[in-house]
Design a protein around this ligand. Structure first.
Ligand code: SAM
Ligand code: DTB
Ligand code: SF4
Length: 328
């Protein structure tokens, strides 16, 4: 190799701005890069788009828990699985506001409300619109994840002041049918279209550790990075293996494959916040640091995700200090 080519190989291909025309072969080639080169490239891209020591923190609250009619194989809230999770009806507004105040006091910039619904009914949506108005009035960014939405529902959420909607692709289109049978990949894409159409920002990512192959990880990131616009937030979840769910016995992935996935997401979607999401309880501080180096610049923060534990806020604050990370 001549000198210039060797230097180009070290730097990797130039990335000037968010591209949505990535080919599957390009995504596969990124995954195949030597680990050190991939991390170096991801870190360079990261620094072009974000201050390297900055981290965005979101806090989750389950506003309606369990008894979900969907059969998502990873999810403790599905009525199809026996996980012993207590079912909780829609939370009263005051409790939601109190939780949002606590999240704000602990330094969260975004508050995400999750409901175990296939899709909200109109009588479900109205109290949620109230919650969004109230949380927004506290000065927090608002996010919701309520299942499938039609255009009219998305419009109502936008009017109430919703900033982000979380709806994940979860895995590749090829593997999806092995994980969920009650809704299609296309239905997920339709909800994302509705959210985009009304001008709500999109939070969309997936889960690692569900027994998927390398090809499926390539397929997931390829789909995310070729959406008409990149999701502004890309949650990378590591499966939380909950006893009683069909995926509880899946082998956890090689931690370095998680780092690789974060790095590839960073390169493909350079201006998006890549969130190291569920599964941090099972990660060492050192592994999380590697993920931040690979381009993750957001986390879920607070001792609970929706129904499962998350590292406690003091531990995370200490981690931020040790790594010189400053919350946005
Ligand atoms: N019911 C709504 C829906 O599925 O659209 C919103 C809530 S749902 C719990 C939001 C996301 O959480 C899922 O799409 C999935 O990616 C993630 N999730 C659920 N259970 C998980 C688990 N055990 N480990 C990791 N991520 C999980
Ligand atoms: C996302 O991608 N991960 C969050 C959020 N979006 C809603 C949910 C993780 C859930 C983990 C399992 C639980 O706590 O129930
Ligand atoms: Fe229901 Fe959402 Fe869980 Fe699927 S992921 S079972 S839709 S709560």
């Amino acid at each position: 190799m001549v000198q210039a080519e060797a230097m180009e190989a070290d730097r990797g291909p130039a990335v000037d701005g968010p591209r949505t025309d990535w080919t599957r072969a390009e995504v596969a080639a990124l995954f195949a890069r030597p680990f050190m080169d991939l991390l170096f490239q991801a870190q360079q891209v990261h620094r072009r788009f974000f201050p390297p020591g900055e981290i965005q923190i979101s806090t989750l609250l389950s506003i309606k828990t369990g008894a979900c009619p969907e059969d998502c194989g990873y999810c403790p809230q599905s009525a199809h699985h026996r996980t012993g999770l207590p079912v909780e009806r829609l939370m009263p507004l005051e409790e939601v506001v109190a939780a949002a105040r606590r999240a704000r006091a602990q330094g969260a910039s975004r508050f995400c409300m999750g409901a175990a619904w296939r899709a909200p009914r109109q009588r479900d949506l109205e109290p949620v619109l109230e919650m969004i108005r109230a949380v927004k009035a506290l000065g927090l960014e608002t996010c919701a994840t309520l299942g499938m939405l039609d255009l009219e529902q998305a419009r109502q959420l936008k009017e109430a002041g919703l900033d982000y909607y979380n709806h994940n692709l979860d895995t590749s289109p090829e593997y999806y049918g092995r994980v969920v049978s009650t809704r299609s990949y296309q239905e997920r894409l339709d909800t994302l279209d509705a959210v985009r159409a009304v001008g709500i920002r999109v939070c969309c990512g997936g889960i690692l550790g569900m027994g998927e192959s390398d090809e499926d990880r390539i397929g997931l990131l390829h789909r995310l990075a070729t959406l008409p616009r990149h999701p502004e937030s890309v949650p990378v979840n590591l499966l939380v293996r909950v006893p009683g769910t069909p995926l509880a016995e899946c082998e956890p992935p090689d931690p370095f494959d998680l780092v690789r996935t974060v790095a590839v997401a960073r390169i493909l979607m350079p201006a998006s916040r890549v969130r190291l999401s569920a599964g941090r309880e099972a990660m060492s501080d050192e592994l999380q640091a590697l993920c931040f180096l690979a381009g993750a610049n957001s986390i879920f923060y607070g001792e609970r995700l929706l129904t499962t534990p998350n590292p406690d806020a003091h531990h995370d604050q200490r981690l931020f200090r040790r790594l010189d990370l400053s919350p946005v």
